[in-house]
Design a protein. Structure first.
Length: 211
């Protein structure tokens, strides 16, 4: 007997609930155990055409449970040319970082890289449950390595210099690489005025097309 295909929204809701219960980085870590209780933070969507693929929650996001509730989020929204209301409209914008939980900080107070447990277990499943995505904003090197594969450069800088070529690839979804909007990257951006002059206007155009 045949059965009706699953409702994508129900499938994603079930997957999101499963992710909320994930404790891999605490109970089966690949390396050091997560230094606090896991709190997965993501906002997937079955209808959004635009995906923000970030790195991992920071301290403020770990506390709020909402992505980009920090100065990095303010800068990213400015780059995109959107308000907070639009940014957090899950029907139009999905936000799924490479690591779902705050990974902790290094000795200098910077955030550690995304946990290695997350992407191998969850990312392909989440992407498959978001069929409407046709543009990925790959924010930072971990997202670029996953979403670009062999097309990612040897460094963030190398990848960013090839942003037009990457965006023009005949692949689906399209991917636009971006540096992380952290204020720690201000010097990097200052040395590359072409980012504000060339990449940001194209980013705003692509975002507006999908909203």
């Amino acid at each position: 007997m045949s059965t009706a295909p699953a409702d994508p929204a129900e499938t994603l809701a079930a997957l999101e609930a499963e992710i909320a219960r994930c404790r891999l980085c605490r109970d089966a870590p690949r390396g050091a155990t997560l230094p606090h209780q896991p709190r997965p933070v993501l906002r997937p969507s079955t209808t959004a055409r635009l995906l923000i693929a970030g790195q991992a929650p920071g301290t403020r996001v770990h506390a709020s449970g909402l992505p980009f509730t920090d100065p990095s989020g303010d800068r990213l929204r400015d780059w995109m040319g959107v308000t907070k209301d639009v940014f957090y409209d899950r029907a139009r914008i999905a936000i799924v970082p490479m690591g779902f939980c705050f990974p902790g900080q290094d000795a200098k107070g910077g955030d550690l890289p995304p946990r290695r447990e997350c992407a191998p277990v969850w990312r392909a499943r989440v992407m498959a449950a978001m069929p409407a995505i046709d543009l990925v904003l790959a924010v930072g090197r971990p997202a670029q390595l996953w979403h670009l594969g062999a097309d990612a450069g040897a460094s963030l800088g190398e990848t960013m210099t090839r942003w037009r070529e990457i965006l023009a690839r005949p692949t689906f979804p399209k991917v636009l690489p971006l540096p992380h909007p952290s204020w720690r990257n201000s010097a990097w951006l200052k040395r590359r005025p072409w980012f504000e002059a060339d990449v940001v206007p194209e980013l705003r155009r692509l975002v507006a097309e999908r909203l």
